[in-house]
Write a protein that binds this ligand. Structure first.
Ligand SMILES: NC(=O)c1ccc[n+]([C@@H]2O[C@H](COP(=O)([O-])OP(=O)(O)OC[C@H]3O[C@@H](n4cnc5c(N)ncnc54)[C@H](OP(=O)(O)O)[C@@H]3O)[C@@H](O)[C@H]2O)c1
Length: 268
């Protein structure tokens, strides 16, 4: 039985807790530190580190990356040779984490996305001890309760999967909303338009995941020659790849800036 302590448990931490509880994890194995005193449904919440009743086996960093330097000394006091640091902080690399928590048993990075709350997340994992098969075997079942949890061979690969999947719920939410608004513009009731757009996206992804077919093939099966979808795709295909590329490039630039801030380097 492990004691998992979240230091900071807001949007993402609470989503992970919800997923683990949905997977029948023991609520008594989880504690969340929230200075505001707000609760995390289903588990014990504390306001100060001094309130913990037993040393954490896994200490999950769930505050904002910009707070790392200020909070690390206090958090490090609770780190023993048996403590695993699990960091979800965007942009905080293992070298920085290793310097701040030198006594930890292991440092593991995870970049979850919001659907972890319903156990359909994508959560790439990275540890500098990635060759340590025992550590991976120990953690894999725990993370896999939340969704697709691949181990990355390098921090670069970890970052790349994070970019593809981490913000995607926000991008997909915008995409669904855009289709719903277009439906409203054509006279549909707003609730009906939103449900139709959302279910169409969910069903399409589900179908692709079930058949395993290439996305191009799924699109082909919807597209009759010279039909309506083909006419629509001509417009979408002209802009979508460039738009996605520019979107991810902006996120990548911001991530590099944040990583430099965390390392204490001056901004370019
Ligand atoms: N949101 C995402 O989709 C996403 C995806 C991947 C990774 N992440 C990472 O997850 C982390 C949290 O993001 P979030 O979206 O969950 O932010 P959030 O909702 O603002 O949560 C931040 C948490 O930090 C806590 N906190 C603030 N000051 C603290 C302090 N002095 N000591 C301890 N805890 C403190 C807050 O406490 P209160 O609850 O009491 O205010 C809150 O629980 C970030 O590092 C981010 O990079 C987020």
């Amino acid at each position: 039985m492990s004691h998992n302590l979240f230091v900071g448990c807001g949007n993402m931490g609470s989503a992970m807790v919800a997923g683990w509880l949905l997977a029948n994890e023991n609520p008594g194995d989880y504690t969340a530190l929230r200075p505001s005193g707000r609760s995390v449904p289903g588990i014990r919440t504390i306001q100060r580190l001094g309130e913990i009743d037993r040393a954490p086996d896994r200490l999950i960093l769930g505050f904002k990356p910009q707070q790392l330097r200020a909070l690390a000394p206090d958090v490090a006091r609770w780190v023993t040779r048996d403590t695993m640091i699990v960091s979800m902080l965007a942009g905080a690399d293992v070298a920085t984490l290793g310097r701040l928590f030198p006594g930890a048993r292991a440092i593991v990075r995870v970049m979850p996305n919001l659907p972890v709350a319903v156990r359909r997340g994508v959560l790439p994992l990275y540890t500098p001890a990635h060759e340590d098969k025992a550590l991976q075997a120990e953690l894999q079942p725990w993370f896999s309760m939340l969704g697709f949890a691949p181990w990355c061979a390098s921090e670069e690969e970890f970052g790349a999967i994070g970019f593809v999947a981490g913000s995607t719920p926000a991008y997909v939410a915008r995409f669904i909303d855009a289709f719903a608004k277009a439906g409203e513009g054509r006279g549909l009731d707003p609730g009906l338009a939103l449900t139709a757009a959302r279910e169409a996206v969910l069903g399409s992804a589900w179908l692709g995941a079930t058949t395993g077919e290439p996305m191009a093939e799924l699109a082909r099966r919807v597209t009759s020659p010279n039909g309506t979808t083909e006419a629509g795709l001509k417009v979408l295909d002209a802009d979508l790849p460039g738009l996605v590329d520019r979107t991810l490039a902006a996120a990548t630039r911001r991530s590099a800036e944040m990583a430099a801030e965390i390392r204490g380097e001056p901004l370019q």
